[in-house]
Design a binder for this molecule. Structure first.
Ligand code: HEC
Length: 137
């Protein structure tokens, strides 16, 4: 490759990078905001423009924040493969045995590929944070 070709490739990459910044629907990390569950509102556009390409406001995320504590990463990592972890927080507070059964159902009936040791960690996290005695609003 001669020097002109290298310069051309470099310019092409720089142009593609600039276009990616302006492409609608693409968001960079950090352009997120927690959404209000149940609300149908979206944040307003940041810079309204006449053109077909415009920037939008921060993208709302509706996935619930799980309670901090040991085992949380195992839950987020394994229990958001098929659905969001909001499935956990939208349940009423469940007794410890119900969480045990729920995790067992995800694995045995629905096919969640979770190792037994990790499943125990997940059950104990859910029992520590999401029972009638332990759940915080
Ligand atoms: C293999 C995919 C898969 C994985 C992984 C998975 N789930 Fe589910 N989950 C489902 C499906 C499918 C449903 C809907 C089942 C139904 O409607 O009966 C569901 C439903 C639920 C519900 C709603 C109550 C119910 O039983 O329908 C809860 C709570 C839940 N999952 C928790 C979890 C937790 C906790 C984990 C992590 C241990 C997990 N899920 C991992 C597939 C999965």
């Amino acid at each position: 490759m001669n020097i002109q070709a290298i310069v051309l490739v470099g310019l092409g990459l720089a142009a593609a990078g600039a276009m990616a910044q302006e492409r609608p629907g693409l968001l960079s990390s950090g352009e997120y905001t927690p959404g209000v569950l149940g609300a149908a509102q979206q944040p307003a556009r940041v810079q309204p423009s006449e053109g077909s390409v415009y920037r939008v406001g921060k993208w709302p995320l509706y996935t619930a924040e799980l309670a901090p504590g040991a085992g949380r990463d195992a839950v987020v990592g394994n229990c958001s493969m098929c659905h969001s972890v909001t499935y956990i927080t939208m349940q009423p507070p469940l007794p410890p045995a119900a969480w045990q059964a729920e995790v067992h159902k995800m694995i045995a009936v629905l096919g969640a590929p979770i190792q037994p040791a990790t499943a125990e960690e997940i059950v104990s996290y859910l029992q520590q944070h999401y029972t009638p005695q332990t759940r915080k609003p």
